[in-house]
Write a new protein. Structure first.
Lengths: 114, 117
């Protein structure tokens, strides 16, 4: 079975400081992992994805994530937060053996203070 | 990539009625999925819709409440039947172009915001 745990429901950082959003996954198979962002009243946008190639994945808007199999983690980071990064972020695992079903984490709301 | 259009974008409905949400993809896709996002919560998968076969429902969701159609490779509908206020949510359509090992990305519609009064 596939599942994702996002360890923080809310994260607050100051503009210009680093961002860390934590995600742990459970998978009985080699997973595909994703981070999606959802701005208020907007659709879901793919930030980055891991599909068993390089373990350090770079995404859009300066975000990156590192797949660590030993820790079953896929944390999202950004060196310097921008006000426009304020949104909700979802860590997602997909089950490639089962029609690529996506399983979402509970989400982390990122607040960026001026 | 795939662009997904959902209609309606929002609706306010009376309890006891039904609403059908349409999802159109700009290219042929193998799998389509329907999700629900209740207020302040994450997305929960309702069902998987494969063209030419019955939809597969996740635990807690049943066909009588959420009938789904998938008449071709670019279109699907989700009906929310006999609505109650607890059905007030955002309903999202998603499409996965393929099911092979390289076909890993899913694309999402903008969602349908449903309020049941």
């Amino acid at each position: 079975a596939q599942s994702v745990t996002q360890l923080d429901s809310h994260v607050s950082v100051s503009e210009g400081t680093p961002v860390l959003l934590r995600c742990n996954y459970s998978s009985s198979y080699s997973p595909s992992l994703f981070w999606y962002v959802q701005h208020p009243n907007k659709g879901l946008q793919l930030l980055l994805k891991y599909t068993s190639a390089a373990t350090l994945v770079k995404g859009i808007n300066g975000f990156e994530a590192e797949f660590k199999k030993s820790e079953t983690s896929f944390h999202l980071t950004k060196p310097s937060a921008h006000m426009s990064d304020a949104a909700e972020y979802f860590c997602v695992v997909s089950d490639r053996r089962n029609f690529n079903k996506f399983y979402f984490g509970s989400g982390t709301k990122l607040n960026v203070k001026p | 990539s795939a662009v997904i259009s959902q209609k309606p974008s929002r609706d306010i409905c009376q309890r006891g009625t039904s609403l059908t949400i349409q999802c159109q993809v700009d290219s042929q896709v193998t799998m389509m999925f329907w999700y629900r996002q209740q207020p302040g919560q994450s997305l929960t998968l309702i069902a998987t819709a494969n063209q030419g076969s019955e939809a597969t429902y996740e635990s807690g969701f049943v066909i009588d409440k959420f009938p789904i159609s998938r008449p071709n490779l670019t279109f699907s509908t989700l009906t929310v039947s006999n609505m109650s206020p607890e059905d007030s949510s955002i309903y999202l359509c998603s499409a996965a172009p393929g099911t092979g090992p390289r076909d890993t990305e899913a694309f999402f519609g903008q969602g349908t915001r449903l309020t049941v009064v």
